[in-house]
Design a protein around this ligand. Sequence first.
Ligand SMILES: CC(C)(COP(=O)(O)OP(=O)(O)OC[C@H]1O[C@@H](n2cnc3c(N)ncnc32)[C@H](O)[C@@H]1OP(=O)(O)O)[C@@H](O)C(=O)NCCC(=O)NCCS
Length: 215
Amino acid sequence: MKKLLIWGAGDQGTVTLNCAIAMNEYEQIDFLDFKEKGHREIPGFIIYEEGKEDIYQIFKKYDEVIVATGDNNLREKKVLQLIEMNIQLATIIHPTAIISPYAKISLGCTILAYTAININACIGMGCIVNTGAIIEHDCIIKNFVNICPAVAMAGHVIIGNKTFLGIGSTIIDDVTIGENVTIGAGATVIANIPDNSVAVGVPAEVIKKKKNKTS
Ligand SMILES: CC(C)(COP(=O)(O)OP(=O)(O)OC[C@H]1O[C@@H](n2cnc3c(N)ncnc32)[C@H](O)[C@@H]1OP(=O)(O)O)[C@@H](O)C(=O)NCCC(=O)NCCS
């Protein structure tokens, strides 16, 4: 049994906790977060206060660390910080997820309950695949992507770095969605979407461009 530190004690942190408990691989699970963020207490679990102690010394008490923040830019920053510090990243996968033995899941991912990831799909570093999402065969999900609950993605879809797919969105086969894109809740994507766009609707259309790669 291992010890897990969840970096982030907000909504994504508690969802990650639920998943990590279900895995039954961790004898101890604790959190690290800023207190001033006003996060809730999580009874029975330690929340170390970020900014108060040397985080490297906290990380060293654990076998693995998972970054649990829905913000793709922040998650990227923290995962890269952990790699720089040579801290072991966790990969959290709920036991009800159905993942092909021929799919690849990279380090630092959180794969929640009742997801399906089919043959030859490839999930990059630090991605979140939320409850009930379907990633079909041969999809390529690049790094730090956030896939909301009930997203359905047909085969051979490519999703660029740090893209956000809103709840219940659907993407037909062979489509490429660029980097730093936001797809609105319930959208149906039937054509490629360029980098740094926000697209909504059925069929999805770009309604605005983001100023830069971090907006
Ligand atoms: C797409 C989204 C990010 C846009 O947010 P925003 O940039 O604040 O945009 P606005 O709310 O100002 O909306 C801009 C326009 O798009 C429309 N719009 C926004 N979201 C839409 C959606 N999901 N589907 C269809 N139209 C949408 C608005 O009605 C508005 O139209 P108008 O200009 O004709 O009035 C947001 O609405 C959304 O869908 N977020 C996904 C949330 C989600 O999935 N959460 C799950 C967390 S697990």
